[in-house]
Design a protein around this ligand. Structure first.
Ligand SMILES: [Fe+2]
Length: 227
């Protein structure tokens, strides 16, 4: 785990290119209700041959923003029949790989998630999947640019024990990546080894915690008795 102070405050903005600014505004502002909060008109900007462009931003809550670039006169780049406005892939690239990159927007509760489901289902971009993962429930669709977007709500808080488990998993992953043929089986074995390596320290930490709690409880009792 990192000992470094954690000073960042979430996403300021994510930016994507678009070849369909009208569809993009329809999707984010008119269907989803995300306000347009900022736009930059850049003419004669940057190096030679850089097209004029509009950079525009939607408010996605929590002071975070989703931004797009529209370049005048620019044609989409063709790398293959699959993908989105930013990346086109050949036919043999698995769709699950292409869909792994996506943006997830957090909502407060089930009612809010269902409100966004309703807005999308009444539009040209209905919800494609609704899935309950371990701790979250999500809906997914693709915006007019082919970018996958997810709305998600927490079904319960994530516990410190799960954060610890995540760190053990990631440390085990880094370990097995340094070996030939990394695999899930190798990762799980290494993770078990790391748990065993830590077990003695966990017991010591637990004992120290319990001792501290007993001392604090005794101190509190003494204080009440002294009054
Ligand atoms: Fe996700």
């Amino acid at each position: 785990m990192s000992e470094l102070a954690h000073k960042v405050r979430g996403v300021d903005h994510v930016a994507y290119p678009t070849f369909d600014p009208a569809g993009t505004v329809r999707f984010y502002r008119d269907v989803l209700g995300f306000p347009v909060v900022h736009s930059i008109c850049a003419a004669g900007w940057g190096p030679d041959k850089h097209p004029d462009f509009i950079h525009f931003f939607f408010d996605i809550g929590n002071d975070d923003r989703l931004a797009f670039f529209y370049y005048f006169g620019l044609e989409p780049f063709d790398g293959g029949p699959q993908g989105d406005s930013y990346s086109r892939f050949a036919e043999d690239v698995p769709i699950w790989f292409i869909r792994s990159r996506h943006l997830a927007i957090h909502v407060e509760n089930d009612a809010d998630l269902m409100e966004y489901r309703r807005r999308l289902d009444n539009s040209e971009w209905p919800v494609e999947m609704q899935i309950q993962h371990e701790t979250i429930e999500s809906i997914y669709t693709h915006d007019p640019n082919g970018y996958m977007i997810e709305f998600t709500r927490a079904m319960r808080p994530v516990t410190p024990q799960e954060d610890l488990d995540a760190n053990l998993t990631i440390d085990a992953l880094i370990d097995v990546l340094s070996e030939p043929n990394p695999s899930m089986a190798g990762l799980l074995t290494r993770k078990a080894e790391r748990i065993v390596e830590r077990a003695a320290q966990w017991q010591a930490d637990q004992d120290a915690l319990e001792t501290r709690q007993i001392v604090e409880a005794e101190d509190a009792t003494d204080e009440v008795g002294a009054r």
